[in-house]
Design a protein around this ligand. Structure first.
Ligand code: GLY
Length: 389
């Protein structure tokens, strides 16, 4: 069943240009504070504080600087991003806080971007080291990349849906090194993920556990969703864009109907303003917060996959994406830098519930990935954008 979007307006070229102008302005005014340091994962009262290159999220800020560079050709952005790329090389060489799966979020948007945009060899070297680090977390028993925790530990023998966004680093590494081992592991991981993480109604689990002796699938469990059986909206969005990205690299036709199933669940459960609450258990009338970042991620996934689908599907998902983006621009984006140094408001990093395992963090705040994906979506509409992924 397709959702009826006929009462919504698609974003216009002029609105996209104006939104890019605001986004670039915020990146520009952030550079003095955030060149040698990074924007922390989520804002406090809509303003980011600085942090060193330590968390899983710092690449989103470097990615925004690269997007500003692409949109302006102004060398000041390249200079700032290059400083950060150098620090990403240091970080992976020193193995500073890289014992987790988020190498793609960190290194695709900073270092692969640097290599693709400017031929930066330091970026290439760092990103290949990050790909090596990522495949070191592959578990042949169960055939997945372990997201978090000590390798092989029973209490963390699981994959998480977010990891689909880390796979493009592996496809890219195979392309540039000519060594198929990275792509091989990426394909194993997505196969195991899709087999286990999708429910019959096409909603998704956040994380899925396996038996570490036999690899047998055990159970789906949430960390950041409302409850184990609900659809955490950002997790569903990771599914939308993650499947699109694996399709881009593998052209596996099986991913097309899977993309449609995951995306249709997302679209059909959207509230009136087309920006989801932080979990799809909540909809219009709830006083729970939205997660604007989930909308931004899903928009990028739909714009990417629309490139490969038949005309009817392509038009449907592109139209949906343009209408969701209009809502983000009109109701969530920051137009006045005195109000926030983020690009979009009203995201949720994690919100505690009686049934999940995360604490409250970045609730109804900006987050750097929401900003990044919003800016990526805008950039996709202004030019034939070559992906950093
Ligand atoms: N990948 C972690 C998150 O989406 O919060």
């Amino acid at each position: 069943m397709m959702k009826d979007f006929s009462s919504y307006q698609a974003v216009t070229d002029q609105e996209v240009k104006s939104a890019i102008h605001h986004a670039v302005d915020i990146v520009k005014s952030s550079l003095p504070e955030f060149t040698h340091l990074f924007k922390k994962d989520a804002s406090v009262d809509n303003f980011y504080k600085p942090e060193s290159n330590d968390s899983w999220t710092t690449g989103f800020w470097t990615g925004q600087i690269w997007l500003a560079y692409e949109n302006t050709n102004d060398d000041r952005y390249k200079q700032a991003a290059d400083i950060q790329v150098k620090d990403f090389l240091r970080r992976i060489k020193e193995k500073q806080n890289v014992d987790h799966h988020d190498m793609g979020f960190l290194y695709s948007l900073s270092c692969v971007a640097a290599y693709k945009l400017t031929g930066n060899e330091m970026g290439k070297q760092a990103a290949i080291l990050a790909a090596d680090q990522l495949i070191s977390r592959y578990q042949p028993v169960g055939e997945f990349i372990q997201a978090w925790g000590a390798l092989g530990a029973a209490d963390n023998y699981r994959l998480i849906i977010d990891c689909l966004l880390n796979l493009p680093l592996l496809y890219w590494a195979s392309e540039v090194t000519g060594d198929d081992k990275y792509a091989h592991i990426a394909k194993k991981h997505i196969t195991t993920s899709l087999k286990n993480i999708m429910r019959d109604d096409h909603s998704t689990y956040h994380t899925f556990f396996f038996n570490q002796e036999t690899g047998e699938p055990l159970k789906g469990v949430t960390c950041q969703g409302y409850r184990d059986g609900s659809a955490w909206s950002r997790g569903q969005a990771w599914g939308v864009y993650g499947v699109a990205l694996s399709y881009r690299y593998t052209k596996n036709p099986a991913y097309i109907p899977i993309f449609k199933d995951i995306t249709n669940f997302f679209i059909e459960h959207l509230p009136q303003d087309l920006v989801p609450y932080w979990d799809f258990d909540f909809t219009d009338g709830s006083d729970e917060p939205r997660d604007s970042s989930a909308a931004a991620i899903a928009i990028c996934g739909m714009l990417e996959m629309a490139k490969y689908m038949d005309k009817e599907d392509s038009e449907y998902y592109k139209d949906a994406a343009l209408k969701m983006l209009k809502s983000l621009i009109d109701h969530y984006s920051v137009k006045d830098p005195s109000k926030s140094n983020g690009l979009i408001l009203h995201g949720v990093y994690g919100k505690r519930s009686p049934y999940n395992t995360c604490g409250n963090s970045g609730v109804d705040e900006c987050n750097t990935w929401g900003d990044y994906f919003y800016f990526e979506a805008l950039t996709r509409l202004i030019k034939d954008w070559e992906l950093y992924w």
